[in-house]
Design a protein around this ligand. Structure first.
Ligand SMILES: [Zn+2]
Length: 463
């Protein structure tokens, strides 16, 4: 009896000791492993966002504007998981296990719709400008924590510019990489080194496989530049003004800038320090339309946005929405891109014949594709699949008809065939569309209420 009591007492004290050790240790451990975040901008959209089933990628973005404003917009629309301000403070926007809409039309290694399988981090700053050392330090800690949480390896920490792709437009006949330059400098080996990333993708798997064409070779040169054994001076690109500049830019200004950069950096492979001087020549993309530089070259997919303003040589201006004659845009027109990165989301994939160009301009080589769909404005309640039509019939579609390129269709939705079984987590993505044949309406997934999914509708989602 006494012995038992003793054992009992012994285990009680052992338990007490273990507990107190836990109580004592736990907070310290937590502090050491979790990155402090600020919750004042946590998005109200969290309530409507489903949990991700898989997390395969971390996608890095630059806000293309200051943190002020960006935070409010990102929070209001739930467009990323974290935002890192210039001082290194990390704001949480969408809870890390839920879906944020940050990648838009995206593809990596054949997988599309990366929002459903990735974490998005916005960094206050510009794609062509170095971020602050405080931002590097915070981003490094955050990436390390997320990598450990989700088991993501270094080669799956990508920039938005690596994964964004564009459907055909009036300048690109095919699906293409180069729709965004977002976050591009974070792909450079020396910058990844600062982020504690030891390896990086050395080529674009989708371009290599022929799924996409490379529409921005200057970008791909930066994204897939290789780590060098001999230390090379870092590139110092001048920030290109994204919003309007107060100084007038002469259309004749040459755009080649020569930078002489001298820098001392430890030579990682040899373990010695070397100083390298290397002249670097950059062709800075100017914001003036001229020979070989179209509105698309300057504004990319924001070329026809209401936030993009064209300043014509005669002094008049038009927004991207108002421009009709793209081909006869006068040389010397200055392009002012407004709104920044925040204005990209949700991506517009639904195109309208007439407003967004001719059907050939909208679809390019995909005009008769199995994954291109048409919604004739003169035949409400019907949709046409490109592969089942003739070119003549498609070219005759009236203005006001809608087009989706790169889509799959499922349905009609019913109790036995719920939308979740058709397209899974993509059911409420902004670039998923519900076509109601009875009403002839097209609605974005972002406007669909879970309790009110239209029976009989067809759902169009990105491949
Ligand atoms: Zn981005």
């Amino acid at each position: 009896m006494g012995r038992l009591k003793q054992i009992f007492k012994g285990s009680i004290s052992a338990l007490f000791l273990a507990l107190s050790a836990l109580v004592f240790l736990q907070p310290t451990e937590l502090e050491a492993s979790s990155v402090p975040v600020i919750k004042t901008y946590r998005s109200p959209k969290n309530a409507t966002r489903k949990q991700r089933r898989v997390t395969k990628f971390i996608v890095l973005h630059t806000t293309e504007g200051s943190a002020r404003g960006a935070l409010e917009k990102l929070s209001k629309n739930g467009e990323c998981h974290y935002m890192i301000a210039k001082d290194g403070k990390i704001y949480t926007i969408i809870d890390k296990n839920r879906i944020a809409y940050h990648a838009g039309v995206s593809m990596w290694n054949g997988q599309t719709g990366l929002d459903s399988m990735s974490i998005g981090i916005e960094i206050a700053g510009y794609h062509n400008k170095e971020i602050t050392s405080a931002q590097y330090a915070s981003l490094k800690r955050l990436i390390a924590e997320l990598k450990a949480t989700y088991g993501i390896d270094d080669n799956r920490v990508l920039t938005h510019s690596m994964v964004a792709y564009g459907n055909p437009n009036r300048w690109q006949k095919r699906k293409h990489r180069g729709r965004k330059r977002c976050g591009m400098l974070l792909a450079k080996p020396e910058n990844r080194h600062k982020l504690g990333l030891k390896s990086k993708p050395l080529y674009d798997p989708d371009v290599r496989a022929g799924r996409l064409i490379d529409a921005d070779p200057e970008l791909s040169k930066i994204l897939y530049s290789r780590p060098k054994n001999i230390t090379v001076a870092q590139t110092q690109t001048k920030p290109i003004p994204v919003t309007s500049t107060t100084t007038a830019i002469k259309p004749s200004t040459p755009t080649v800038v020569t930078n002489q950069v001298t820098q001392t950096k430890p030579n990682i492979s040899a373990g010695t320090t070397t100083t390298t001087t290397q002249p670097l020549v950059f062709k800075l993309p100017s914001n003036i339309i001229g020979p070989g530089r179209s509105a698309w070259d300057i504004a990319r997919d924001l070329y026809n946005s209401a936030d993009t303003i064209y300043h014509f040589p005669d002094g008049s201006t038009k927004t991207g929405k108002e421009v009709k004659k793209w081909k006869s845009m006068p040389e010397g027109t200055r392009v002012e891109i407004g709104g920044g990165e925040e204005s990209e989301n949700p991506d517009v994939t639904l195109m309208e014949i007439g407003k967004d160009g001719t059907v050939l301009e909208i679809t390019g080589d995909e005009i008769l594709s199995e994954t291109t769909f048409y919604f004739p404005s003169n035949k409400k309640g019907y949709y046409l699949r490109g592969s089942q039509q003739t070119q003549k019939k498609i070219e005759e579609l009236p203005d006001g008809s809608f087009v989706l390129v790169g889509y799959k269709v499922g349905g009609p939705i019913s109790a036995r065939k719920p939308v979740f079984d058709i397209c899974g987590l993509k059911w409420n993505m902004p670039d998923t569309y519900y076509f109601n044949p009875k009403k002839g309406t097209l609605k974005s997934g972002a406007d669909i209420d879970e309790k009110n999914i239209p029976a009989g509708a067809y759902v169009f989602y990105q491949e």
